[in-house]
Design a protein around this ligand. Structure first.
Ligand code: NAD
Length: 259
């Protein structure tokens, strides 16, 4: 019970990595607010946690909508008195070479990852500063520290999150807020399943080659990272007992990137 009596809000937690983290947090004793663009999946995730004996609520939240983000955090404050842990996890991907990339697609990816993370951070810090501090977390990626072709807005946004995380670590310290960023390698969620055929088409190679020669080529063992791997790290970062661990990016990628 490493997160007993803590309240967490996780964005994009209706499915994929965010949902797995919500489940781990609940098993560790946290009350979890599952915020997602898709209220149906958020509700299913919250129902599953409650069925397993945990505490969870579902929130409809588009992280690019300032009012929706503020309303979601207010709902958590009304229900449980404010957040101790916030994880900006919601994300999307777009595959295109830069010379063919529409400005609208660039803007959309930056908007969800970077502008969304800012809105979530601001709302979370207002509650943490008014309370006992807390843990701010970001879902970065190996693409926070490496680039790949065909993903320029994603790579730019994930690099940007490193800066936001570090700025929060500096400003948050006097309010007992720690800030860290999780940087996973490829995890087989819907976000990744969708891009396998897209990359195969763009690179004119088979889907099997995308997996072997693009996604897992530089890992030490040819293995995907799992949602459980990422969730375990997210528990550890949320539960860490002192501000010795702040402003850090932790890569969990089967050795794809070593820092
Ligand atoms: P996913 O597509 O399975 O889940 C993403 C969730 O975010 C969905 O439930 C979706 O509804 C939600 N979402 C999308 N736009 C939103 C918005 N505007 N507001 C609120 N919610 C929104 O993806 P995933 O693989 O679980 O990815 C989660 C995070 O992990 C993302 O930030 C992604 O970039 C990051 N990540 C994923 C991988 C991977 O290999 N899967 C690797 C590194 C980092």
């Amino acid at each position: 019970m490493r997160l007993k009596n803590r309240t967490a809000l996780i964005t994009g937690a209706g499915r994929g990595i965010g949902r797995a983290i919500a489940e781990h947090y609940a098993r560790e004793g946290a009350r979890v607010a599952i915020a997602d663009l898709d209220l149906q999946t958020a509700t299913e995730a919250a129902d599953a946690i409650r069925a397993a004996g945990g505490e969870a609520i579902a929130l409809a939240m588009d992280v690019t909508d300032e009012q929706a983000v503020d309303d979601g955090f207010k709902a958590v404050a009304d229900q449980w008195g404010g957040v101790d842990i916030a994880l900006a996890n919601a994300g999307i991907q777009h595959i295109d070479p830069i010379h063919k990339l529409a400005y609208a697609d660039w803007q959309k990816v930056i908007d969800v990852h970077l502008h969304g993370a800012f809105l979530v951070t601001r709302a979370a810090l207002r509650q943490m500063y008014a309370g006992k501090g807390g843990a701010m977390l970001y879902m970065g990626s190996v693409h926070s520290v490496e680039a790949s072709p065909l993903k320029s807005p994603y790579v730019a946004a994930k690099h940007g999150l490193l800066g936001l995380c570090r700025a929060v670590a500096k400003e948050g310290a006097e309010h007992k807020v720690r800030s860290n960023i999780i940087c996973p390698g490829f995890v087989r969620t819907p976000l990744v399943e969708k891009q396998i055929p897209e990359q195969a088409k763009e690179l004119a190679i088979s889907e099997e080659e995308v997996i072997r020669n693009v996604m897992l080529k530089n890992t030490v063992d040819g293995e995907f990272t799992t949602v459980e791997d990422v969730a375990e790290l997210a528990v550890h970062l949320a539960a860490f007992p002192s501000s010795a661990l702040t402003g850090q990016s932790i890569v969990v990628s089967h050795g794809w990137h070593m820092q």
